[in-house]
Design a binder for this molecule. Structure first.
Ligand code: NAD
Length: 254
């Protein structure tokens, strides 16, 4: 039975991923702030290290899959966005890579966002700070900007770029790694943006060509495919699950 760790397992897309993986025969080790096999706060370095240690203990040091789904939206504070969405992902990937390398046809997925395409990384110094692993500087820059939606887009751009930059090294270790970039998905995170007067109008108007937002299961099914042997040659890719939104906004850029 494949063993897969899933962060953000208690809600939304992560909960749907857990359910779909279990249905596909996986044993799931959920990581979240509550209601999960591993209780941890991924916003701090200590919380991330505790999460890694607990996953290694519960998996006996061998993992077949990892899905990094935990995240906060634009309604959160900029520093929380950077800490959870970037460092809460990259440190889990790095800390669990050795366990994945020992697994059976191991694969990992990072849940980023279509928002990654909404930022020019050259104009946001916090992107370079994140990619350099400098959390203190990235937090300082994100806080100084006082635009949480830019921190969100920057965190999603940086985590996508970071995952893609691992493609060579992880292939050598036998681990596939892909990124899923959802559009609007009906979850508490999405509802929080709808409830936030700063973002409500933009979120309401962000309607994909398919004419609706996604159910969390529609993202989860793509994740389960990427984690399966059917996706054995898919590696280093960014898969948009966005109802056609990216194709509308950037028809000639891909
Ligand atoms: P959600 O709020 O339903 O779930 C997020 C989960 O992450 C929650 O269970 C939460 O407790 C957990 N989490 C947050 N901070 C944490 C922390 N410090 N430590 C541990 N766990 C923490 O949201 P969702 O929409 O399912 O989001 C899942 C992922 O999908 C996020 O990375 C989000 O950015 C991404 N995403 C969502 C949408 C959308 O429209 N919902 C669109 C694009 C990308």
């Amino acid at each position: 039975m494949p063993v897969t760790a899933v962060s953000g397992s208690a809600s939304g897309i992560g909960a749907a991923v857990c359910q779909a993986l279990r249905a596909a025969g996986h044993r799931v080790i959920g990581i979240d702030r509550a209601h999960s096999e591993v209780i941890a706060d991924l916003s701090s370095a200590a919380g991330r290290q505790a999460a890694i240690a607990a996953v290694l203990e519960q998996s006996e040091g061998v993992l077949d899959g990892l899905v990094c789904c935990a995240g906060v939206g634009s309604s959160a504070l900029s520093n929380t966005i950077v800490s959870v969405n970037y460092f809460g992902v990259t440190e889990l990937l790095d800390g669990l890579a050795e366990a994945l390398a020992k697994g059976q046809a191991p694969a990992a997925v990072v849940i980023a966002s279509i928002a990654a395409t909404h930022v020019n990384p050259d104009q946001q110094p916090m992107v370079a700070a994140m990619l350099a692993g400098n959390e203190a500087l990235a937090l300082e820059q994100a806080n100084a900007l006082e635009q949480s939606h830019v921190a969100y887009a920057s965190s999603k751009y940086a985590v996508t770029a970071s995952a893609r930059s691992k493609a060579e090294a992880w292939a050598k270790r036998g681990i596939r790694l892909n990124v899923v970039a959802p559009g609007a998905v009906e979850t508490p995170l999405h509802q929080a943006a709808l409830n936030d007067p700063r973002f409500a109008k933009a979120v309401r108007e962000f309607v994909a060509p398919l004419g609706r937002s996604a159910a969390p299961e529609e993202v989860a099914h793509v994740v389960v495919f990427l984690q399966s042997s059917q996706a054995s040659y898919v590696h280093g890719s960014v898969i948009f699950v966005d109802g056609g939104m990216d194709a509308r906004v950037r028809p000639a850029r891909f």
